[in-house]
Design a protein around this ligand. Sequence first.
Ligand code: TYD
Length: 222
Amino acid sequence: MFITLEGTEGSGKTSQGRALASALEAHGRGPTLLTREPGGTDLGERVRHTLLALDGPRLDPLTQLLLLSAARAQLVHEVLRPALERGETVVCVRYSDSTRAYQGGGDGISDAAVESAISIATGGLEPDLTIYLDLDPREGIRRRERARREGAVGAQEGWNSFDERSIEFHYRVREAYLRVARENPSRVVVVDAARPFAAIHDEIMKIVLPRTVSDRVGGPRL
Ligand code: TYD
């Protein structure tokens, strides 16, 4: 089972990903692998550093698309396919829909170019389920700025070159996510992320649990 978590900035994907992965193990869904994009491999982390750096040159959108796709190809080859072949549940924070939303919707790269980069990088590996955490970009940015001001752990390093883009860019990203959700109703579930953490986690579990199979025979292990 391959699950992705998607969303605009500050929507809580990373914390929800951690909570989901550990809850799935606690519910006997077998070993669960948690990974992220860009990242998840040595190459992916290097690409992440290059793309998110605030002090480097602003990279051309096509260059970004190709770098993200190269990192994705490596993640699919090195991490995702092997884990799925071992029968593990995989939770990935961001995947192809981020490219549709940011490079497609945000930067205006054509659907044809975006889809062909995705298809080359993934070899057709699509998630079984995508949770899209929907949040008004203004609220997302407010949350990120608040965390940064309050010195929350990771908030400083979490502030990246995409956070510095215009608010219009982030609204285009959100529109593109909503379009992906409309076009893929059986894969993508939209979750309202403007609520407390626990309420969102509970809703995610209600969506995911019925779609996964418990490895416990005869009820819960005590
Ligand atoms: P990250 O800190 O992981 O996300 P968040 O801001 O939600 O905590 O930063 C990853 C950034 O990379 C994010 O701003 C979106 C961007 N990105 C793309 O533009 N395209 C992609 O395909 C992926 C995977 C990420």
